[in-house]
Design a protein around this ligand. Structure first.
Ligand code: ADP
Length: 161
């Protein structure tokens, strides 16, 4: 039986931390959908379409990964896709409480879809999209934190205001 997992998130933009989680999930599940969610409260830098494009570019080397976008409820999307699992990444302890809250809500909404947590590679424990954006704004070098296409997209974004 083929097992499908969804890696949901904002991915604004995708970092090597996200990629680490996606690659690990792709080793365990038959297929992984990376689902980009529109989260207005986070004041995104990139549009959902741009984020999808950057993810497609950055995951070309993983054959069982596809990218999608959605702006409704995650569990409705997961049900529609017939997903078996959600995969989320855990960095530092600070991720714990937030992840426990959304996991318990998601479980209430659909008990059949299990959430799995993958611990990131230690070198990405303190890496987040917001940190990357914060420093890239001031033209700091982030090429060791994000895929090449993202590095270029950040330069373009901040150059053109
Ligand atoms: P959200 O807005 O849902 O938190 P993010 O794009 O910030 O979306 O994160 C998507 C997923 O990737 C989350 O599970 C998050 O914990 C995980 N993640 C983000 N950065 C890293 C990282 N450096 N290492 C591991 N997982 C990460």
């Amino acid at each position: 039986m083929s097992r499908l997992a969804i890696c949901p998130g904002s991915f604004d933009p995708v970092t090597f931390g996200h990629l680490d989680i996606i690659e690990r999930a792709a080793k365990v599940f038959d297929h992984v959908i990376v689902a980009v969610f529109h989260n207005e409260s986070k004041s995104p830098l990139f549009t959902v379409e741009e984020r999808i494009q950057l993810l497609e570019d950055s995951t070309k080397h993983i054959s069982n990964v596809s990218i999608d976008g959605h702006d409704g409820l995650l569990m409705d999307y997961a049900r529609k896709k017939n997903a078996d699992a959600l995969v989320r990444g855990l960095r530092a302890i600070s991720d714990f409480e937030y992840e426990m809250q959304i996991t318990s809500m998601n479980r209430k909404l659909n008990e059949d879809i299990e959430t799995f947590f993958v611990m990131t590679n230690n070198k990405y424990s303190f890496l987040s999209s917001s940190m990357v954006k914060e420093v890239a704004k001031f033209k700091a070098n982030v090429s060791d934190l994000v895929p090449e296409a993202v590095d270029q997209a950040l330069k373009d974004k901040f150059q053109n205001g």
